[in-house]
Ligand binder design. Sequence first.
Ligand SMILES: [Zn+2]
Length: 162
Amino acid sequence: MDLRPTQSKHLVTGKDGTRIYTVNPKVWNAHIKSIHSKHNIPEWYMQPSFKWLYEHTKIGYFPRGLAIEKAKEIYVIEGGEKDYTLLAHEYGHILGHGHTNNLVPNLMNPIDSMRLTDGDKISDRFEENFREYYEKVLVPHERNRALPAVIALGMIAYGMIG
Ligand SMILES: [Zn+2]
């Protein structure tokens, strides 16, 4: 992995030794492109129809994180360090889980907005492994994000927006 150590910043180490790093967006985008061109094995979400979907709906297909199972390393693009679902998804790879089919709304779906259920309880294991980081960073962030949604729902209910 050529992202470490000059190109990335160490964020936290979990109880099991898994380390999470953030990467500058410019370096990240170049890195993802080089992986795909080097190996010439586009995943389904990189294929033209899904690119079309992204361009027209903004449903994300472009990877924002990657996990190296053997090295127990997780890399996410800067800004992804507060994205609980993204981090739990990458930790799922560390635990040996692959991607689910594109129609299965599971945490291990490569598309962010499809990560709705978590039958394997990966997020519980993530919370346990990164307890302090989860409580100090992710919980307050989720709270901040939830509040505007409640206000927005209220506004819809009162017919102010919609
Ligand atoms: Zn993944």
